[in-house]
Each structure stands twice: as C-alpha cells, then as structure tokens.
Design a protein around this ligand. Structure first.
Ligand code: NAP
Ligand code: GCO
Length: 263
C-alpha cells in the first residue's frame, strides 16, 4: 500500500504563521506529523499556535529569522530537544518586493534574496547533518512561477526563486546518497496576504487588473487557495515520494502549460 502517513515524523515549517506555510503545516499534521514552525514576530506565532489548536493541532512555535544563522542553529536545537529530530523541513518563509528593477536599491534586492534564497540554504544546512544521522529526511522548498518565468517589478524575487529551484536540485544531488530527498513545490497564484495587493477591489468596485490577467493565464480560471498545496506537500513529505528527488512540483492550475486565454 502506498505510504502517505507522516505518523511519528517531525516537520519544521518556516513561515508557518499563516498563508501557504500554515496550510502546509496543517496538512502535514493531519497526515500524522508533529509540527514546529517559526516566523519573526512573537505575536504572529502566538496567534498561529491558537489557530492550530483550534484545529486540534498542537504546534510548537518559535521566533526565528531564517536569515540569521545563529537563530537558526538555536531553533533546530530547541525543536530537536522539545519536539524531536527534524524529519521534514519545509522552506516556506519568503517575501516579495514589487519594484521596477532600475528603481530597486541594492539593499532591497539583497533583502529579498537573503530571505528567499539564503534562508533556505541556512535552514537546510542546519538540519541535514542530523537527517543523515537519522537515516534520511525530506526537504521541501517553496518555489514559484517565478522559478521559471519573469515579469515586471519582481526581479529580486524571480532571481531568488530561480536560485531556489537550483538549490533544490543541488541538495538532491549532494545528499540523495543519504536518503535525503529535496524537492520543490511551485505554487501558482495563491490567495494569501502576499498576493492581496494583486487582488484588491478598488473604490469604484473594480478589481485590480492583475486579477483578470491571472484568471486569463490560468486554465483553472481561479486563484489557488493555500489548501490546494496540501496534497502535494503531504506527497513530497511522505515515503510515497522516496524516489522523487530534485523535482519541482508545480501546483499552478495549469499556468505554465497555457499560452493564455484568447482575447
Ligand atoms: P505570506 O502570506 O507573506 O507569509 C510569509 C510567511 O513567512 C509569514 O509567516 C512570515 O511571518 C514568514 N517570514 C517572512 N520572512 C521571514 C523570515 N526572514 N524568517 C522567518 N519567517 C519569515 O506569504 P505566502 O503567500 O504564504 O507565501 C509563502 C511562500 O510561498 C513564500 O516563499 C512565497 O514566495 C511562496 N509563494 C507564494 C505564492 C502566492 O501566490 N502567495 C505563490 C508561489 C510561491 P513573519 O513576517 O512574522 O516573519
Ligand atoms: C507576483 C506574485 C507571484 C506569486 C508567486 C507566483 O507579484 O507575481 O506575488 O510572485 O507570489 O510567486 O508563483
């Protein structure tokens, strides 16, 4: 029988306070995993712990900025002591800055790359040694349409997510020998706080033009929801994907396959 169960596993989800991270953590918990998560703000973590509890999930929340190597080392030590050895790492934490490239400062570019690419590197480097000792593990990197495509104003984000795709392939290559599988999930356009500015309803009742644009580029003709990522995440976190390595699983309603609705 195909084994999708995560019973007895410990999953660490970065940026698990809301949005995609929360939905993925919820799905992994429902499949049997114990959940640890981190974010930068204590108030958001406390609210998320209550939100998980309301769903019957006992989640362990920690303040940790994924770009800070010392904080990450402390996080992994605490999770290992208080929850258990990390069997599944989901590198979900990420930001975006929508600024035309020539108007973006080098510092703003660095901030996005630091969180979206350096963060997953730092987190993965912190958990891999113990995964090797435990006989293997799963790393899931949350990539993006921008791992494959560009668009105006998201140069830093696309560069980071493109790099994250290749970091995923390299971790798979370098650590597959230790029974560590590293794969990516590439969400399409998902309704979360991060994309709220692209979906806003304006004073005149009209929707942001990007909304119609994305619906015309998506065969499913809808925005994704964070829960659309639940099944793919459980698959990549479970033994059912033990021979899947270095793959980016796009969960995009068909955007990458589609030239776009004819006018
Ligand atoms: P979101 O709603 O903005 O949530 C981001 C999460 O990451 C929050 O929990 C945030 O909490 C945390 N975070 C941000 N910077 C952090 C840092 N330096 N250290 C630790 N935690 C940090 O984003 P989302 O839409 O759920 O997206 C989650 C991931 O999916 C991101 O990697 C994003 O690039 C990717 N993605 C999103 C979409 C989409 O359409 N929404 C599509 C494809 C890929 P704090 O701010 O409190 O730290
Ligand atoms: C944007 C969006 C996208 C999504 C996602 C698409 O401004 O284009 O924020 O980048 O967040 O990454 O997969």
């Amino acid at each position: 029988m195909v084994d999708f169960s995560l019973k007895g596993k410990v999953a660490l989800v970065t940026g698990g306070t809301y949005g995609i991270g929360f939905a993925i953590a919820k799905a992994l918990a429902e499949a049997g995993a114990k959940i640890a998560f981190n974010a930068r703000h204590r108030d958001g973590i406390d609210k998320a712990v209550a939100d998980y509890k309301a769903l019957g999930i006992e989640a362990y929340g920690y303040v940790c900025d994924v770009t800070d190597e010392r904080q990450v080392q402390e996080l992994v030590t605490k999770v290992t002591e208080e929850v258990g050895h990390v069997n599944i790492l989901v590198n979900n934490a990420g930001i975006i800055k929508r600024i035309p490239m020539c108007e973006m400062s080098a510092e703003e570019f660095r901030q996005v790359v630091d969180i979206d690419l350096n963060g997953p590197f730092i987190m993965s480097k912190a958990v891999i040694p113990d995964m090797i000792k435990q006989g293997g593990g799963k790393i899931i990197n949350v990539c993006s349409m921008m791992s494959e495509l560009g668009r105006e104003t998201v140069s830093a984000y696309a560069a980071a997510k493109g790099g994250l795709k290749m970091l995923t392939k390299n971790i798979a290559s370098e650590y597959g020998h230790y029974n560590i599988q590293c794969n990516g999930i590439g969400p399409g356009y998902i309704a979360t706080p991060q994309t709220a500015p692209l979906r806003e309803t304006r004073a005149d009742g009209s929707r942001h033009p990007f909304d119609a644009f994305i619906l015309a580029k998506t065969p499913a003709e809808r925005w994704g929801t964070p829960d659309d990522l639940a099944g793919p995440a459980v698959f990549l976190a479970s033994n059912a994907s033990d021979f899947v390595n270095g793959h980016i699983l796009y969960v995009d309603g068909g955007i990458l396959a589609y030239i776009g609705k004819q006018p």
